[in-house]
Design a binder for this molecule. Structure first.
Ligand code: PHE
Length: 340
């Protein structure tokens, strides 16, 4: 009686194991049949009530069933594990003989690009490209440029001052001072680079931006020279002839000083929203180097004269590509930069 029941349980359980479709199915069978308080356990408990010779026979059958079922569960489990491993390996399969994709190719930032273009033009015109420190002395950023002690640019609101009295240069003009001091006249030089102003950032202002400044000092240099070189530079940037005009403008380091405008490239002077209907767009500051500035750098203004100019590279890039927000340029979003 008992032996038959055991054999029934055994064959029923083997069938369940054979038809299991997951590890969870197997676990259910294991708990119900082999687990503590499982079906086999119930049989073991009944053994105590049997006569000794019957108990010996039933015990054999019971132990045999237990071993058979344990072995069947084990091998079914192994099959599931092997199948799972095969699927995983198929998914992770890789071919080490395929060549690597290689580093992602980048390109120059549009500001760097325009800077290099301008360096190339000026170099071809005999100008040296000079570099200078971004941390400057108050003397070279202001005093040597004839900027008076009470000038608003010296205010902490406009300039980043360092604890030791130095500052982050607010323009690349101090490099012109270094050029005059170091090289002396005759001198043709440009100074491209990063400059800093204590501004709140908005669509047209950044605390950190790029400029290019330059100067030419020689005997008999006049405004005509200034205009000649400015026209060449702007034609290069905008890749076409541009009409320019000078308006009086004040910068302490030049006399006379000018604002140079270009005729609006969008409407050719007819008037449009970009030029605010005036036909002209302000482009750069320039003028004839102030005698005080020459003198402070050890150059005799009776013998030498020169022009100087300065403009924002960042702004040039914005104009060339019609970018309406300065923050795009240094925001670090590659989707923006990849357009260039
Ligand atoms: N240094 C001036 C600026 O940063 C630009 C400038 C340079 C103007 C030379 C006139 C002459 O705004």
């Amino acid at each position: 009686m008992l032996e038959e029941s055991i054999q029934e349980l055994e064959s029923g359980s083997l069938a369940r194991i054979a038809s299991a479709t997951s590890l969870e199915d197997l676990e259910t069978v294991r708990v119900q049949v082999l687990g503590r308080k499982g079906a086999l356990d119930q049989f073991f408990k009944q053994m105590g009530k049997l006569a000794p010779d019957e108990r010996a026979r039933a015990g054999k059958v019971l132990n045999g069933a237990k071993q058979t079922l344990e072995a069947a569960l084990e091998s079914a489990k192994r099959q599931f594990a092997e199948a799972a491993l095969r699927i995983r390996l198929d998914g992770e399969w890789l071919d080490p003989s395929i060549p690597a994709p290689g580093p992602r190719r980048g390109h120059l930032h549009p500001i760097t690009h325009i800077q290099r273009e301008l360096e190339e033009v000026f170099r071809s015109l005999g100008f040296a490209v000079l570099d200078g420190p971004e941390v400057e002395t108050e003397y070279r950023n202001f005093d040597a440029l004839n900027i008076p002690a009470d000038h608003p640019a010296r205010d902490a609101q406009d300039t980043f001052w360092l604890a030791n009295g130095d500052l982050l240069r607010t323009h690349t003009s101090p490099v012109q001072v270094r050029g005059m001091e170091r090289l002396g006249p005759p001198l043709r030089m440009i100074a491209p680079g990063r400059v800093f102003r204590n501004e709140s950032v908005d669509a047209s202002h950044e605390h950190t931006f790029y400029q290019i400044e330059g100067m030419m000092i020689d005997r008999g240099v006049s405004v005509a020279h200034l205009l000649y070189f400015m026209r060449i530079m702007l034609a290069e940037v905008f890749r076409r002839e541009v009409n320019v005009r000078l308006r009086p403008g004040f910068f302490p380091f030049v006399e006379p000083g000018f604002e140079l405008d270009i005729q609006c490239l969008l409407c050719n002077g007819a008037g449009c929203p970009v030029c605010k209907q005036s036909g002209w767009v302000e482009q750069l500051g320039c003028g004839m180097v102030h005698p005080n500035v020459l003198r402070m750098s050890g150059i005799d203004p009776e013998e030498w004269s020169g022009f100087a100019f300065g403009l924002g590279l960042t702004r040039l890039v914005m104009m060339r590509y019609a970018i309406d927000d300065i923050r795009h340029l240094q925001g670090g979003d590659l989707r923006f930069l990849e357009q260039f």
